[in-house]
Design a protein around this ligand. Structure first.
Ligand code: GAL
Length: 347
């Protein structure tokens, strides 16, 4: 995938749009749209949106038009159309549905408005930039951590796979990465589920059914993110499963970190979300001003940057999310978790 550094041709269109808008609206603040996909996963409202808005406002007098689609692709389409109609200079789009969102990119392209694909790629249209992670590798990290942990425990039995939303291209990458580690291991996949909309509730319902079917045989649960991990763990607790299987996650949500502290969840993935949102803001401002943008590599014909992601377990909470100021010890170690925090040296 690594390619030459390329310059966005859409920059020229953005420049034209800048001039036209300046002629018609005078000195009103330049508008940049941020379209995020859902709110059941904590990262969007807790990190992506505030980090993005903070950086945009540091860079000048820009107005952020923010929308959250609440898992609804049609709603996201309308939000994008409303943003385009209000004269935004750039769309920063994290699509609910990676394929359906091609029509959003097409509409933006038709108006000369550059689109940054944020976290999830869009399958269609000309993107001006893509900022994400190596999502297949995130699945490899999750699946590898799960298998290694089961090996170290010396248990025998099988794995449930609770994947992400079937409309999210990243979810397919996480799944294939995880399979590359799990398939051929000593732990067969007993059953597998694509959680609609990444819904923790639907993950919980599905896991509850599997507990009945595979009683005593589930030693690990691959959960693609912390939301679905929370659903899986709630199902295990409701069925009084003990000991709990090894459960994975992703996003380093506060609730996920607290479950790691209490021992209910084994690991999560901590992604450089601050860097992701900050870089997207910087690229958006460049595009809004008709400046050229370059990436480290090229994805789907667009310059792209893929940021780092790391595994977090009980051993490195202090060295990762606490060190980076994502959470304070006080936020993690509420009274419910105080004893477990003390035992783990989180203080
Ligand atoms: C993915 C994203 C994850 C997680 C998930 C649920 O596309 O990469 O970090 O947030 O969506 O929305």
């Amino acid at each position: 995938m690594r390619g030459t550094r390329i310059t966005s041709t859409l920059a020229a269109f953005a420049m034209l749009a800048t001039l036209l808008t300046a002629c018609t609206t005078g000195s009103a603040a330049v508008k940049i749209a941020l379209l995020l996909p859902e709110s059941k996963t904590a990262r969007y409202e807790a990190f992506d949106r505030p980090f993005f808005e903070k950086r945009i406002h540091e860079l000048g007098d820009y107005e952020v038009l923010y929308s959250n689609a609440d898992q609804d692709a049609a709603k996201q389409q309308s939000q994008a159309e409303a943003a385009l109609a209000s004269g935004v200079r750039v769309l920063v789009l994290d699509p609910v549905d990676s394929s359906a969102a091609a029509s959003i990119v097409a509409a933006a392209n038709a108006q000369g408005v550059p689109v940054i694909a944020y976290d999830r790629i869009v399958n269609g249209g000309q993107l001006a930039y893509y900022v994400s992670f190596d999502n297949h590798n995130i699945g490899v990290l999750q699946g590898g951590a799960l298998v290694d942990k089961l090996d170290s425990e010396g248990v025998s039995g099988g794995i449930l796979m609770v994947n992400g939303s079937p409309t999210d291209g990243n979810a397919g990458e996480f799944k294939s990465g995880a399979h590359s580690e799990v398939d051929g291991s000593d732990y067969p996949v007993l059953a597998e589920f694509d959680s609609p909309d990444w819904s923790p509730d639907k993950a919980q319902d599905w896991v509850a059914g599997q507990i009945t079917q595979f009683e005593g045989r589930i030693v690990g649960i691959y959960a693609a993110n912390d939301g679905t991990a929370g659903g899986a763990i709630a199902a295990l607790k409701a069925a009084n499963v003990s000991p709990l299987p090894v459960v994975t996650g992703q996003d380093a949500e506060l609730a996920g970190i607290q479950r790691i502290v209490s021992g209910d969840q084994y690991m999560t993935i901590y992604k450089a979300m601050k860097q992701q949102a900050t870089l997207a803001a910087e690229i958006a401002v460049k595009l809004a001003n008709g400046e050229p943008v370059t990436g480290d590599l090229q994805v789907n014909g667009a310059p792209a940057t893929l940021l780092p992601a790391v595994v977090v377990t009980l051993d490195n909470i202090m060295d990762t999310v606490v060190k980076d100021g994502i959470y304070t010890v006080a936020e993690i170690c509420t009274p419910e978790y105080a004893a477990a925090c003390a035992a783990a040296g989180i203080k």
